[in-house]
Design a binder for this molecule. Structure first.
Ligand SMILES: [Zn+2]
Length: 394
């Protein structure tokens, strides 16, 4: 699935931090460890394991994840103050994302500060974290409502202290892919800093914006499993990883065949269910009912296949319902050696459609086969009655 010449994008999963900020979501320590392990097994490069400033229980949970020695980088999220950095140090992480507001509105409301004061505070706090031996990424909160000159000033101050990355956060999910591309391109051209894009999904554009950011030069994508996160959530890990090689000539180290299990694990831990049509991991994304689509797929799978299910360790499934056609019925019956002639097929189709309409649901394969047997024997009886009648006449 990796196009030749594509460049490698680093995936930073924040399910355990931003994901747990989704309303009502609480992960236990065991669940956090299981999720971190599964993310590592899937090939995620980096995780944001939590917010140490939330308290000692969170510090201990992050410490447990660090101690698991998983083959990925474990970071923690900090606000712009030394005590958050101290809490991260207690958790034992080697890397932190220190977040600072980038929009004038958030600077004033949250820090009562102007851009030059935020830059000074960034210098002080990041300087402190660097002295303590931490690798630091600067998190640009509300970057999408910021003046790029302010970002340049603050990120420039951080760059002097050796931060390894700037996180451009579309905190409120306001961007579209076109504006994202422009912002990230200018940011890359003007600061030269490695950029991570962190997109929220308020307009349903988080994945599209992440892909646009990568096309514009971002090298890191901040995502969560199933898009779990604040309000409408974040860019979903599974969508970004599968879409990247197709749309942005980029690839990740994530194994697509592990995405379904990862999604199940996170959904279960979040006490949530996965919508059946959820891209990449939904139960029904390779399930086909429509007669036209099924006939096309059965004669040449490429007719209606955009995404190869095998790439995700899955397969196509044909189901019978109101929109089914004869090809689907024949396929389901012939799988167990029942062959339908035209007459029995037409009668069966009429019956299953009537049942689907009446029950407002699919007709299970077993029921379809039972009805098929009935129709075949009915037609055979009809034929032998006819033969008997003809012999009698003779
Ligand atoms: Zn966020």
């Amino acid at each position: 699935m990796t196009p030749a010449g594509s460049h490698r994008i680093s995936i930073n999963d924040t399910t355990l931090r931003d994901g747990e900020q989704a309303p009502g979501v609480v992960f236990s320590l065991a669940e956090k460890l299981a999720i971190a392990r599964e993310l590592a097994a899937a090939g995620v490069d980096e995780i944001e394991a939590g917010t140490p400033a939330m308290g000692e229980e969170e510090v201990e949970a992050i410490a447990a994840i660090v101690s698991a020695n998983l083959p990925l980088r474990v970071g923690a999220w900090c606000r712009l103050n030394e005590s958050d950095v101290d809490a991260a140090l207690r958790a034992g992480v080697k890397m932190v994302n220190i977040s600072a507001p980038m929009s004038r509105l958030q600077m004033r409301v949250k820090l009562k500060a102007e851009p030059h004061e935020v830059a000074a505070r960034v210098t002080r706090v990041i300087g402190y974290a660097r002295e303590k031996g931490l690798e630091v990424a600067l998190g640009g909160e509300d970057s999408s409502r910021a003046d790029l000159r302010d970002i340049g000033l603050i990120a420039g101050a951080a760059a002097k202290l050796g931060v390894f990355r700037f996180r451009f956060a579309d905190t409120l999910g306001l961007l579209d892919p076109f504006s994202t591309y422009e912002y990230i391109k200018r940011l890359r051209d003007e600061t030269g800093l490695a950029v991570e894009f962190h997109g929220h999904n308020d307009l349903g554009l988080a994945t599209a914006n992440t892909l646009a950011a990568i096309r514009a030069g971002a090298s890191h994508a901040s995502v969560t499993v199933l898009g779990l996160g604040e309000r409408a959530g974040n860019a979903p890990l599974e969508e970004v990883c599968v879409a990247l090689p197709r749309t942005a000539e980029a690839r990740t180290g994530v194994d697509p065949t592990r995405l379904a299990a990862l999604a199940e694990l996170v959904a279960h831990a979040a006490r949530d269910s996965i919508p059946r049509a959820k891209p990449i991991v939904g139960a029904d994304i390779f399930t086909h009912e429509s007669g036209i689509h099924v006939a096309g797929l059965l004669s040449d799978v490429r007719t209606y296949q955009g995404l190869d299910p095998a790439m995700l360790g899955r397969q196509h499934k044909v189901v019978i319902g109101k929109h089914s056609g004869l090809a689907a019925l024949r396929s389901i019956c012939s799988a167990i050696g029942i062959e339908l002639d035209a007459k029995a097929g037409a009668a069966l189709l009429a019956r299953v459609k009537a049942i689907a309409k009446m029950t407002k649901s699919l007709v299970p394969d077993g029921r379809v086969r039972q009805l098929a047997r009935e129709e075949i024997s009915k037609h055979q009886r009809g034929r032998s009655d006819q033969t008997a009648q003809i012999s009698g006449e003779l």
